[in-house]
Design a protein around this ligand. Structure first.
Ligand SMILES: [Zn+2]
Length: 453
C-alpha cells in the first residue's frame, strides 16, 4: 500500500508531498517525497501521528452529559455527587452492554483522530460482586470492542481494594474489588491471557488510587512491574483526597508516592491536579509522566494542574478523555492551554525556549508521553518499521487552506474539530474515512436504553 499526502508531520516539521509505503503488516517500509501520483493513493490531506488517548473509563461514556441537571434544593453538586451517578451506571452494565458502549466509544475516538486508548479498567465483577468464571470477562469485552472498532488498546486492569483511606469498600463499589494483591495478580494474569487473542491489544497494570488500596500493597504491587509494563494510578484529583491522604499518611499523595514507590518513565500519574512546588519537581526528576484530562477535570471541578511549573521542570505529560464528556484531542490540548492563560494572563503556555510553535509542541509532547502510557518507547512520529498510525486532516479545511505550513499545527490545535478529520489510519488501513464510512457511528439500542433508564 502506498499513500501520498499533501504533507506529513515529522518531528522536524512538515514534509510536503510525502509518500509512505506500508507492508502487509501495516508497518512503514519507506518515507519519501515523491511527485509520482499515478501509482499512489493520493490523499488531499495532512497526516499527523495518531493521537494517544492515555486515560479512558469506557463505561462512563454511557452517562456523558447526564449528570448536568442540578435540582436547586439539593446540596452543592461536586465530584462526589457525580460519583454516585457513575456508580449507578457501573452497577447496571453487563458484559454485553459494556461491549456495545465501548464499541461505539472507540469508533467515536477513531473518528476524532485517536489511534490508541489506555483503558483504566476497574469494572471487573458481576453486579453482586462475584468474579465472572472468566476473571477477565469485562476486560476481554473491552479488548474485543477495540478490535472490532480498529483502535489499539492498552488494557489496564486496576487494583481496587478499599472504599477510602483505611476504610472497607462500600456496597456500590463491589464490582471493582480485589481483596488482596494475590487476587489482583490473578486478575492481571487472566487479562494477560485473554488479550493475546486480540491483535493490537497490550497490557498495563496499576492501582486505582491511594485511597483505594492499602499503602503496603501499593508498594508491593509497584515492585511487581516487569518488562517495562506501564503502571497507571489516579494520584491527586480532588482536594478532599489530598487532605484525607495527609491525615492518614502524614503526606500528600504525590509526596507519599514518590517516597514509597520511586516511579520512573513507565509510571503514569493521572490527574496530578494538586501539587506543591516540590512535588512538581519531584515528578519531573523521577521521569514519571502525568496524564491530564482537561475536559473531564473541568467538568468535575477538579482544579488546574500547575502546568507552567511542570514545563519549567522538564516534566512529561499526555492527554486522556477519562469520562468522555469531550472526545476531541484538539479541544483537550487547547483547554489545557486556556486554563493556564486564564490564571497567568499570558498566552505562551506550550512554548519552549527554542520552540515557538505552541501547536507543534503540544502535539509532540502528548504523542510522545501518550505512547509511553501504552508501553511504547518510540518517539519518532513516523519511522521505518513502525506501524503506520495517523490522523489525516482535510487540506481543504478553510482555515488550513488559508495558512502556511508553519501555522498548520497551531491552527489545528486552536480551531480544529471533528469536521476537519478526513480519516484515521491504523496499521496502514483506513479505520474511519468520512467519505466511505458512516459519518456518525450507529448508536445501538442497548446504549440508548442505558441512557434512558
Ligand atoms: Zn479516571
Amino acid at each position: 500500500m502506498k499513500y501520498q499526502f499533501k504533507a506529513l508531520l515529522t518531528n522536524h516539521g512538515w514534509m510536503e508531498n510525502a509518500t509512505i509505503t506500508v507492508d502487509e503488516n501495516g508497518l512503514i517500509k519507506s518515507i519519501a517525497t515523491d511527485e509520482d501520483k499515478e501509482s499512489n493513493e493520493g490523499v488531499n490531506g495532512l497526516a499527523l501521528p495518531g493521537f494517544q488517548n492515555a486515560h479512558s473509563h469506557a463505561f462512563q461514556y454511557a452517562m456523558a452529559g447526564l449528570a448536568e441537571v442540578h435540582p436547586h434544593h439539593k446540596s452543592a453538586d461536586d465530584f462526589w455527587s457525580w460519583r454516585n451517578t457513575m456508580y449507578e451506571i457501573a452497577l447496571s452494565i453487563s458484559p454485553d452492554t459494556l461491549f456495545e458502549v465501548a464499541l461505539l466509544l472507540y469508533r467515536q475516538m477513531l473518528r476524532h483522530g485517536y489511534t490508541s486508548v489506555a483503558e483504566f479498567h476497574y469494572l471487573h465483577h458481576d453486579p453482586t460482586g462475584e468474579p465472572y468464571s472468566n476473571l477477565a470477562e469485562m476486560g476481554e469485552r473491552l479488548a474485543a470492542a477495540a478490535g472490532q472498532a480498529g483502535i489499539k488498546i492498552t488494557l489496564i486492569p486496576m487494583f481496587y481494594q478499599r472504599g477510602g483511606f483505611g476504610k472497607p469498600a462500600e456496597k456500590n463499589q463491589r464490582r471493582f474489588i480485589s481483596r488482596d494483591l494475590d487476587t489482583y495478580m490473578k486478575l492481571l494474569d487472566a487479562s494477560r491471557s485473554v488479550i493475546k487473542q486480540y491483535a493490537g491489544a497490550t497490557l498495563g497494570m496499576g492501582v486505582h488510587s491511594l485511597r483505594a488500596v492499602d499503602g503496603d500493597l501499593i508498594r508491593e504491587c509497584f515492585q511487581l512491574r516487569q518488562n517495562g509494563i506501564p503502571f497507571h494510578i489516579h494520584i491527586a484529583e480532588q482536594l478532599k483526597e489530598v487532605s484525607e491522604c495527609e491525615a492518614f499518611y502524614g503526606r500528600r499523595p504525590v509526596e507519599w508516592f514518590l517516597e514509597s514507590c520511586q516511579p520512573d518513565h513507565t509510571t503514569h500519574l493521572v490527574h496530578a491536579t494538586h501539587l506543591t512546588e516540590s512535588e512538581v519537581w519531584g515528578i519531573a526528576a523521577s521521569g514519571a509522566n502525568v496524564v491530564l484530562c482537561p475536559s473531564t477535570e473541568a467538568n468535575l471541578g477538579d482544579g488546574l494542574f500547575r502546568f507552567h511549573d511542570f514545563k519549567m521542570a522538564g516534566g512529561k505529560w499526555s492527554i486522556g478523555t477519562d469520562s468522555h464528556i469531550g472526545l476531541n484531542p484538539f479541544e483537550e490540548l487547547r483547554m489545557l492551554d486556556y486554563g493556564q492563560r486564564l490564571i497567568s494572563h499570558r498566552r505562551n503556555t506550550f512554548t519552549l525556549e527554542d520552540k515557538a510553535d505552541s501547536g507543534f509542541n503540544a502535539i509532540e509532547m502528548s504523542i510522545s508521553a501518550g505512547r509511553l502510557a501504552m508501553g511504547r518507547t518510540d518517539h519518532q512520529f513516523f519511522d521505518i518499521g513502525m506501524p503506520f498510525d495517523a490522523v489525516v486532516i482535510d487540506a481543504d479545511s478553510p482555515l488550513l487552506a488559508g495558512s502556511s505550513p508553519e501555522q498548520w499545527c497551531s491552527t489545528l490545535i486552536y480551531t480544529g474539530d471533528v469536521s476537519d478529520v478526513l480519516g484515521t489510519i491504523v496499521n496502514g488501513q483506513w479505520k474511519y474515512h468520512r467519505e466511505s464510512h458512516d459519518a456518525f457511528p450507529k448508536t445501538v439500542q442497548t446504549f440508548l436504553n442505558l441512557r434512558k433508564r
